[in-house]
Design a protein around this ligand. Sequence first.
Ligand code: ARG
Length: 458
Amino acid sequence: GVKKAWAGRFAEQTDRLVEAFTRSIEVDRRLYRYDIDGSIAHCRTLTKARILTGRESAAIIRGLESVRAELERDQFKFLPEDEDIHMAIERRLTELIGPLGGKLHTGRSRNDQVALDARVYVRDRLAVMINRLKALQRVLVRQAQANRDVAMPGYTHLQRAQPVLFAHHLLAYVEMFERDKGRLRDARTRANVMPLGSGALAGSNYPIDRRYTAALLNFPALSQNSLDAVSDRDFMVEAVAAMALLMMHLSRLSEELILWSTQEFHFVDLPDAFCTGSSMMPQKKNPDVPELVRGKTGRVYGHLMGLLTTLKALPLSYNRDLQEDKPALFDAFDQTDRAVEVMTELMRRLAVDREAVTRALSGGGMLATEIADYLVTKGVPFREAHEITGRIVRWALDQGRELSELSVEELRRFSEKFDSSVLQRLTVRGAIDRKAQIGGTASKQVDRRLRDWAKTLS
Ligand code: ARG
């Protein structure tokens, strides 16, 4: 086979078992663009430091661009000896331009190289994820606007509690995703630090201008400790933790869609194109997409735990254990990215069954709190008002009556504080629009928030 880059010190060839066991090329080959960009920047930095001549540098960069072209066109032939993407690219570069290729690795180690590749990867994918999330927020805001007049039961303990606007419910998710975007941005800032020049662990012997490398690669900051730079992966943990939280929010939305699309609820109709059937039961239309989002949430949590466990108690600085970071990182990004994308399309095409939602507003006694609050305005202490209202609710239940159907005379049997002004409180609209403080479900508050979002998301 091909001679290993580090073969000089070794008396025997690598065992085949070991070669297969230590290889990471199948996983890290997707970093090739970042690796080549990083190599070009490193090459320019070496040239600026007069370690490479302009002629050498031009030949190396031309060679790297040829390697990139082969990889892009899927014409790159990976060899069993190619341990990882860094070695594979250098091996091919040297085949193409000769021994000059061997000068590229001057003042660099795969340890700072892989840290660089991973940081650029994380920063790029986080930027994409933030935009995807923004698209999902826009769809939710549009659905909220389109269903602006729909009232629905709000739940606690999955029991009907108080009426809310459907738009208010959707906008709750828009708030969650806004915080998720904040966490992703925050993770991105800390990933966006340039590690090249750290060498294997101690720094570089060469007079390289690290600020120049950082500028070439668009990094606003430099790592300040070489041991830290080659050994920590906290930036990955932060990104995956932010994704785990984002998936948690998506899983709650998914759960509600699953529940709402049952025949028992039927608040929504999921688009046929986003459901699957049963091989046995012809009537079935199953909500597999939200179920899988719910399921993949566990998978992303697993990656977070996996990464933390890989890093736990690892001595400084680089250890090969760190190679296990990438499968977790990549899969967390892939799964989360696709989950956000598919949920955005699903929510765009969601149909709300307004009649079913409206029907669910009756019979739940959801105006009971309004009665209690009414009595409070008449000077009754809240605890007493709660007690009186409880008796009214039980009586109405026994009679099979709705609270909104009760007459003032009937109510007065429970307290002489009732007069005809109670009737206008006993409506869903009245109950909703009285929640008029900031953050409440009143139409005017929901409209205000809808306007805020329309502005911030445009
Ligand atoms: N493939 C390794 C990784 O993904 C990078 C190479 C560092 N290897 C080494 N023996 N120092 O972490």
